[in-house]
Design a protein around this ligand. Structure first.
Ligand SMILES: NC(=O)c1ccc[n+]([C@@H]2O[C@H](COP(=O)([O-])OP(=O)(O)OC[C@H]3O[C@@H](n4cnc5c(N)ncnc54)[C@H](O)[C@@H]3O)[C@@H](O)[C@H]2O)c1
Length: 346
């Protein structure tokens, strides 16, 4: 693998995970970009990075050898930063969700294809060995068909308030569900046909969120039917009152012959799955990988032409975003969204 130089944009939590991943795969961080001086200085110090900037344009001008731009900032900045990087001929890895609207993704795709650079979206969770483990068991017909996948997540209002801004990360149906849409598509090896959702803003009265002109839907249930006949559902809330802790419920996959129950999800990867068949219960441990490092490695391979594409492309990000937007549409209209009837992508 050659040496690449990464301009890391965003020195928050994800910036930290990405920095660790680049170091783990032997790559150099050329510059850290963040308007927050303390954060960017702390990350730069940890990874011996000399150059720090408050905005990407300056970094692009001053680091001509930074061939990769890694965008790990709130969602409203994704499209402009990716477009700026691509226009300067840099390969781009952007955190999920890819963008706020399909039009933003189209503009990103246009800039990337004009520049002939590689672009990837950070769905690192899908590189967790648990995904391939479940997919392989489904391929072997261990569960039988049809399948029901259930997931749940309940949390206090997010300390990162931009998660609640409908103009930014837009609540869990946009911010979180993309990971699950990709997981379900990967495990079922099928495309969604119909999505139905209901939900509301549970935290509508919280003073912490009054700053937002439009608060994101923070609570809902989403049901997706796949062409394979399988169904997946997630019930999620980020609207509970501060400091409320609700016991975690693992992801579960039910088939006529067997059930899989997710083990602890630590550092973005499952420690294993329990398979229940009749009265037999077996725990299958899985390797505790760093999915961010796998993502960084695969991205470099795509940049170097050693694989045709990164694990998650802008197109994948667009497909996941389209489902999130369809879920919000379903909540607004009270009707299911038939995905085949939607305007064709692209
Ligand atoms: N892949 C995952 O599993 C996962 C998990 C959590 C968050 N995310 C995504 O990662 C992104 C960042 O989330 P986070 O948790 O790191 O947030 P964070 O608040 O911890 O960090 C974001 C950082 O971006 C900086 N920033 C804001 N605007 C900027 C700009 N224009 N240029 C440079 N820096 C800027 C902020 O100052 C902050 O330091 C979000 O899009 C979020 O959806 C992904």
């Amino acid at each position: 693998m050659s040496q690449h130089r990464v301009i890391l944009v965003g020195a928050g939590d994800m910036g930290g995970h990405h920095a660790r991943a680049w170091a783990a795969v032997g790559q150099t961080i050329a510059a850290v970009v963040d308007p927050d001086v303390q954060r960017r200085a702390a990350l730069a110090e940890n990874y011996q990075v000399r150059e720090t900037f408050s905005d990407l344009e300056e970094a692009l001008a001053r680091c001509p050898d930074g061939d990769i731009v890694d965008v790990a900032v709130p969602l409203k900045h994704h499209a402009p930063l990716v477009i700026a990087a691509a226009r300067r001929g840099r390969h781009v890895l952007v955190e999920k969700p890819v963008a706020r609207t399909l039009a933003e993704v189209d503009a990103m795709q246009d800039a990337v294809s004009r520049a002939g650079v590689v672009a990837a979206v950070g769905f690192q969770r899908n590189l967790s060995p648990g995904v391939a483990f479940l997919r392989d068991l489904v391929r072997q017909n261990r569960f039988g068909r049809p399948l029901l996948f259930t997931a749940e997540g309940f949390a206090e209002i997010r300390p990162k308030r931009f998660m609640h801004d409908a103009e930014d990360n837009n609540g869990p149906l946009v911010d979180l569900l993309g990971h699950y849409f990709l997981l379900w598509e990967s495990v079922f090896e099928s495309q969604p046909e119909r999505i139905y959702a209901d939900g509301f803003v549970l935290a509508h009265d919280r003073p912490e969120l009054q700053q937002f002109a439009k608060k994101a839907i923070d609570t809902g249930t989403v049901v997706v039917r796949y062409a394979s006949g399988d169904v997946a559902t997630m019930t999620v809330s980020w609207g509970l009152s501060p400091k409320t802790r609700v016991p975690w419920v693992p992801e579960r996959l039910f088939g006529p012959n067997a059930v899989a129950i997710g083990g602890a999800f630590k550092d973005f990867t499952w420690e294993g799955f329990t398979i229940i068949e009749g009265d037999q219960e077996t725990f299958h441990p899985l390797p505790l990988v760093n999915p961010f490092a796998l993502q960084a490695q695969a991205f470099i391979e795509a940049v170097e032409g050693r694989r045709p594409a990164p694990p998650s492309t802008l197109e994948d990000g667009r497909r996941m975003l389209r489902l999130s937007l369809a879920a919000l549409q379903s909540i607004a209209t009270g009707e299911p969204v038939h995905l085949a009837l939607e305007p064709k992508e692209g």
